[in-house]
Design a protein around this ligand. Sequence first.
Ligand SMILES: C[S@@+](CC[C@H](N)C(=O)[O-])C[C@H]1O[C@@H](n2cnc3c(N)ncnc32)[C@H](O)[C@@H]1O
Length: 296
Amino acid sequence: MIDEATAKARYWAEEPPIHAHPDAISLIQHYRPDLQDTEAMIPILKDIRLKAWKIKYYPCVGLWQFFKFGMTEMSIYPEIIERLKQGQRILDMGCFMGFDGRKLIVDGAPSEGITNMDLEDRWFPLSYDLFKDEDQFKGEFFGGCDINDEGLFGEGSIHRHRYDMIYIGYFIHLFPPHKQAHIINSLIQMLKPDSGSMMFGNTAGTAKENGYRMKADFAPPVRNEKGEMERPDFVFHSTKTIVDLLSEAVKEEKDKEWEYTANKAVFDTDTSPTKTFALHFKDAEIVELNFCMKRK
Ligand SMILES: C[S@@+](CC[C@H](N)C(=O)[O-])C[C@H]1O[C@@H](n2cnc3c(N)ncnc32)[C@H](O)[C@@H]1O
């Protein structure tokens, strides 16, 4: 983990970009009838965001990227809502404060079908401070869940083969490139082994055809083959390399019949305004990358 000053120089925007994200504002207004005035919202948002930042200096926290609902930009969004209305269940893995689940509810999904899960459970009380929906939410929050831990998804786990849909928003790029196929495979173990079950999400992508690798400055150093400590690799996937990754992840499975889609969208520069950020990633040709794998 980098120190706070370096993280702040690169990944910190003081003011919430509320004008660029009317969806996030209407979400808060929906849950907080007492908080309709956007100006009055700002100090509350800044206070909650600062508490989240002190837990972990994630770029998506410092740069307010959690204000963006990645799922709503996917063409399958109406299908997701429809399936939830029919009683299916979605797992939002790496849910952070559960913004995406709350957006699904506002867009018509019953809260009963929503499972939020994260390694870190200290995000959840912060989300209740903001949305004040503890009494209405009938879904689930599971904290302390590490996708690296086989107990989470292996034989005997309550999460094994439980979910119709799994969403991973800004999640897969947190893991070193050589471990990502294994992580995807672990997530798939939580999906129902039925036709139509699907896992989808978004990640930091690149417009370069074969992806782009650089050293991750936000992850703890790891020992390389020569025994030296170095920053782990960070990969920006392309539409091609993400599909390669998803298919690699299930190639040993008996059931290999999947449909893959991936597309890129413009990276939202409203939430990445720092010059140091732009300089650090200048060669990456960053795009937003959306992907989906669905069982045939
Ligand atoms: C970059 S945030 C993405 C938040 C949200 N999904 C979004 O799209 O804005 C990554 C989230 O993954 C969680 N996370 C990190 N490592 C994890 C792990 N090994 N297992 C489960 N969750 C993890 C973090 O606590 C954090 O909430």
